[in-house]
Write a protein that binds this ligand. Structure first.
Ligand code: CA
Length: 226
């Protein structure tokens, strides 16, 4: 899950980003409106956290532009202003939720999780693929009832593949959703991580769930190969 934070108060931006990264989200931060709009319009985010008062381009204008291009990405608006009129304008422009500063991180997290669930109704907390079970609440995976020890990145990769089970996912899609903008390497990092994931998820079992689609990417499904 990749989140864009557009917030010019660096302390707030860092506080939000740090907390979300601890929760295993991939987070990009920008501190001005113009850059924020550019990021929002060029990358494929799962959620945008948007401050209203921004240098360059204000939050309301960014929100309108996001919706004008037809994007349904959930947008959580942050603001110091609590006036009702402002709130109405933001909801009308397409904000999904609203948080008035200052806020506790836990409050933000509850809203972020709720918006991400709303964005994808199929997002069940327990995902089963054959004898593989992924518990999104606990961020744990089991196969044949046995716990698989995964690093945070391996877990995120597995969860992302599993959320699109049966579909072929390209390396670029994986990079966009599992890594964040600070990642400057090559897409073959994905191959390295998939190899690690396979050694843990598939190697000990006769049926292989993770499949390579040559020249395209990867797919996970219970119609695996033996
Ligand atoms: Ca601001």
């Amino acid at each position: 899950m990749r989140i864009l934070v557009i917030e010019d108060e660096r302390k707030v931006a860092e506080f939000v980003a740090r907390g979300l990264r601890d929760q295993r989200f991939a987070v990009d931060v920008v501190n001005d409106g113009q850059a924020g709009w550019e990021m929002a319009s060029t990358c494929n985010y799962d959620l945008v956290i948007l401050d209203l008062m921004l240098p360059g381009l204000n939050g309301l204008e960014i929100l309108k532009r996001i919706r004008r291009r037809g994007s349904q990405v959930p947008v959580l608006v942050l603001t110091a202003r609590a006036e009702t009129a402002e709130k109405v304008a933001n909801f009308e422009a397409g904000a999904d939720d609203y948080l008035t500063k200052p806020f506790a991180f836990d409050e933000l997290l509850v809203r972020v999780k709720a918006l991400l669930r709303r964005g994808s109704p199929e997002r069940a907390s327990l995902v089963r693929i054959g004898d593989l079970e992924i518990d999104r609440q606990k961020q744990q995976a089991r196969r044949a009832g046995k716990r698989i020890e995964l690093t945070p990145k391996e877990y995120s990769l597995l969860e992302y593949l599993a959320a699109h089970a049966g579909r072929v996912i390209s390396r670029t899609m994986i990079i966009e959703h599992v890594w964040d903008e600070s990642f400057q390497g090559l897409t073959n990092i994905v191959d390295v991580y998939v190899r690690h994931l396979r050694s843990k998820v598939d190697d000990p079992h006769p049926i292989k769930l993770i499949r390579t689609v040559r020249g395209v990417g990867y797919s996970i499904s219970d119609e695996g190969e033996t």
